[in-house]
Every structure is written in C-alpha cells, then in structure tokens.
Design a protein around this ligand. Structure first.
Ligand code: CU
Length: 509
C-alpha cells in the first residue's frame, strides 16, 4: 500500500514539475528570454547567499552540540601520557583547515552573487598575476610546513620505543579471527619465545616451552589489568589476517600484521575509577546504562577502557572486544599474583600433552610455588577429614631413576614442601606408600615399591623429620589407581602416596 502511495506521489510531482516547466517557457516567450535569465540569476545568487549563512551557522551549532563525542574534548580527553600530543595535533590541523573551510565557503557563494548575470557585463581575463601566485603558494607552503613539522615531532614522540634499562611492562597482543590473545610475562617480567611451527590446538601461540621465560607466562581471562603511570609496551602481531590493536581512550592504534611484529608504547595516566569520576560530571553519562532499566546503573558507573579491533577482519570482527582495567600498582600486583601460568596449569605434565611438553616428567624450579599451594591444601584437607579415602595424596612431582629406588634431583621441590608442612604441623604422622604398574615381575615390583617408599622416608629424615612420625609401605601392582592397559594408566599407577595417619584440626598449615 505504502509503495503504491509513494509511486503515485512521484508520478504527481513529476507532472507538476513538467507543468511548471511549460508555464516558465510560456512566460519567457511573453516577457523575453533575457529578462527571465536576469530574474533567475538574481534569485539563484540570493538563495546562494542565504544558504551560505544558514550552512555556516548550522556547522558551528552542530560542532558545538557534538563537541562531547569528539576525541580530545570533555568526556573524551585522553587517558594516556602521549594522548595530549596527538589531540593537540588534531586541534592545530582543525584550526587551519577550519579557516580554509570558512573562507572558501564564503568566497564561493559571495562570488556567485557578486558576478551574477547582468546584461552587457563581460568577464575580465587575467592571464598572469605574480602577486597572486606568490600569495597562494607561500601561505599554503607555510601552513603545510607548520603541520608537517608538528606532525613529525608528534610521530617521534608517540612512536619512540622504550630505552635501554628503562622500567616498563611488556605484554603481547595476538589478533586472530575472532579474538585477541593477550599474554603477560610472569614474575620474571619477560615474555618467552614463540615459534609458529609449534602452534597447535593446545598451544595457540606456538610458545616454545624449551625457553624457561615461557614457563611463567600468563594468558589472562576477559579482564586485563594495567598499572597506572607505568609505561606499557605492547608487542602486536596477528595469526591470520590484518587486525588492528585499538585502545581509543589511550589514543593507541596499530595494525596487527601476520608475520610482521609491530609495537606501541604508552603510559596510562588515569585509573578506571578516576575516569568514571570524570565522566560522572557529564549529563549524558548520568543516563541509565541500560535504557530498559531506568533505575539501574548509570553509564559512568559501567565505563571501562575497551580494546577493539579497528580492522574489518571478518564477520565476527565485532566480537574482538576486551576490557582493560587501569588500577594502582598494588591492585595490579594483587591481580597478577592471582593469575596462573598457562604452561604449568595447562601443558606441563598434563596427560595427553607429552608431545608438546619438552620438560615432560621433570619438576621445574618455577613450579615450586604451585606445588606448595596444591600440596598444602591437599594435606590440610586430608588432616581434617575422617574419610579414609580422603587421607591419601598422590605426590605428583617426585621421580625415581629408571628401575631403581634413587630419587631424581628434581624431586626435592615437592619433598621440601612436605618437610615444611611436617615442621609446621608437628603432630601429623604420615605413611609413604609405594605403588607400581603391572609391567615385569610382580615380586620385583613389590620390592621396588617398598624401596621407593623408604627412600622417600630417608630423604625426609635426612631433612630432620623424626622417624617416629613416618612409616613406609609398598604395594607393588596390587592397588592400581587406573587400568594398566594404556601408557597413561600405567603412568598413574607408578606413584608414591602420602597417607595421613591421624586427624589434626584443619588449622592453617
Ligand atoms: Cu580483527
């Protein structure tokens, strides 16, 4: 129905226009061509002048009205140290182009009015004017020189890399369809090496786990933290197509190019909380965040610094959104402490990942903190429990020489944690229980399991634990923890367990 009405309107308007044309032609014939042309020119030139004024006024009103959605004004002042340099460059450019815009706009319509058609008037032909040539070459040259010099200066300031010996936090952003993989260095402060050939479903970044710098690297969840006032260097790269690392509030924007690492250095100067307080002053940020929930949180309360991809990289492009929270150094440290190493929690000594872990079955020094946490929690739970099955804890990080009872050197990390627990928990008694898989002679296995259990006891007594608190036992292959059919199961069966013999109040160990 609407379509028919629109079609009818179009037809009627066309008829009206044709009729007006015919009437004009007839009047022209009556009044004479020249007279009509003069009238038309006068009208067109006059209307041009009106447009000139109305348009200019509208431009200034809308610029004023929308000032708060332009970068560098009101709520969108920069939140990084270098941002002000870029914003001022934009302002200087806008100042000069603004002058040119107003002058050419006025000149265009003023000349059209001044030199409108008049009978008998002829155009003046100027073939050459040195003075004019000098003016319109010199002025743009000077303006361009100012802009280019300022621009170069800004580029050198903004793109300056970190200097030798400077204190900074280096993180890594890898773009892929369709998310950002952000990597933080662990306590060592250094990002580990990558090799694209090692990329797999388990190891998305192709981290080379032979490099010890990778062992503590972190791949945090959705929320990312940055300390305020600290220089951040982002290594930017991509796995598939072009992406663009864009943090608009920090004026950070850099292409993520497959095969060509780029970087950006910036210093956040406002915490998320400070920025929210600033936004609170603007009425538009005091509107409800969710229009469907007018009593809910305001827009300023829900503000967060956002990482986006500023390259149309595919149909899921919009989902490449991450949140950066800028916090004080103390809050950042607390957050960082809570993050777990990707390698230690997802790859290292995890079943089915033997091929991807060059340190398979080795206890790494960097693991000791994690071992301590896990074992302390397990012993604490076992000590406070009445359930017999809860009393046994598998020691995951001790290893023996092949076919022998001698402990390997890397077993000390877990056993030293056990020593600490026994020293703090003085009434605790434990039994060390050895188990084997079913490969080989059963009697030999039983003997080996006993020897291995007692070799653990020997280590503990050598570290000063009273022998009266320790027992040892061996079960050979009699008590398997899993089926012996597969290598994985046999690995689970070769083990030493700690059995907590008494109940101790689960006070903090
Ligand atoms: Cu993208």
């Amino acid at each position: 129905m609407t379509a028919i009405i629109i079609l009818l309107c179009v037809i009627l308007i066309s008829i009206v226009l044709v009729q007006i044309g015919k009437v004009t032609e007839l009047t022209a014939q009556i009044k004479g061509e020249q007279e009509v042309m003069k009238d038309n020119s006068k009208w067109n030139a006059g209307l041009g002048l009106v447009f000139m004024v109305v348009f200019l006024v509208a431009v200034f009103i809308s610029a004023y009205d929308y000032r708060n959605v332009m970068l560098g004004y009101g709520p969108l002042t920069s939140a990084s140290a270098h941002g002000a340099v870029l914003d001022s460059l934009f302002n200087v450019t806008l100042f000069f182009t603004g002058i040119v815009f107003v002058l050419t706009h006025i000149a265009l319509f003023w000349f059209a009015f001044k030199y409108r058609y008049k009978p008998g008037r002829k155009a003046a032909f100027i073939s050459h004017d040195n003075r004019l040539e000098i003016w319109w070459t010199a002025i743009p040259a000077v303006v361009m020189a100012i802009l280019v010099v300022r621009g170069l200066n800004a580029w050198n300031t903004v793109m300056a890399d970190v200097k030798e010996g400077e204190d900074y936090l280096e993180i890594e952003a890898t773009g892929q369809q369709f998310n950002w993989i952000i990597r933080y260095p662990g306590p060592d402060g250094k990002l580990g090496a990558r090799n694209y050939k090692l990329t797999s479903a388990n190891n998305q970044l192709g981290q080379d786990f032979k490099d010890s710098k990778n062992w503590d690297d972190i791949l945090p969840g959705q929320e990312l933290y940055l300390p305020v006032g600290k220089k951040v260097r982002v290594r930017i790269t991509a796995k598939d197509v072009l992406h663009n690392f864009y943090l608009p509030h920090f004026r950070v924007k850099m292409d993520a190019v497959p095969g060509m690492p780029t970087y950006f250095v910036f210093t956040p100067v406002k915490t998320t909380t400070e920025m929210r307080q600033e936004l609170k002053k603007f009425p538009e940020f005091n509107e409800p965040y969710d229009p469907a929930d007018p009593t809910g949180p305001k827009r300023w309360e829900k503000f967060d610094y956002e990482l986006a991809c500023a390259e149309l990289c595919g149909k899921g492009h919009y989902s490449m959104r991450r949140i950066f929270k800028v916090v004080s150094q103390e809050e950042y440290d607390t957050w960082l402490k809570k993050q777990e190493s990707f390698y230690l929690t997802q790859i290292h000594n995890k079943d089915g990942k033997e091929n991807e872990d060059p340190n398979w079955d080795v206890t790494l020094p960097v693991e000791s903190a994690m071992i301590k946490k896990e074992l302390t929690e397990a012993v604490s739970a076992a000590a406070g429990s009445d359930e017999p099955s809860a009393k046994a804890i598998r020691l995951d990080h001790i290893h023996f020489e092949t076919g022998a009872a001698a402990l390997t050197a890397d077993s000390k990390y877990e056993l030293d944690v056990l020593v600490d627990i026994l020293n703090q928990y003085t009434t605790l008694s434990i039994s060390l229980e050895g188990h084997t898989d079913n490969v080989g002679d059963a009697a030999a296995n039983l003997e080996l399991s006993k020897q291995r259990a007692s070799s653990v006891v020997s280590y503990l007594t050598s570290r000063g634990i009273a022998a009266a608190r320790l027992r040892s036992n061996g079960w050979g292959d009699a008590v398997p923890a899993a089926s012996n059919d597969k290598a994985d199961g046999r690995r689970k069966n070769r083990r030493v367990e700690v059995k907590v013999l008494n109940k101790v109040a689960a006070a903090a160990i």
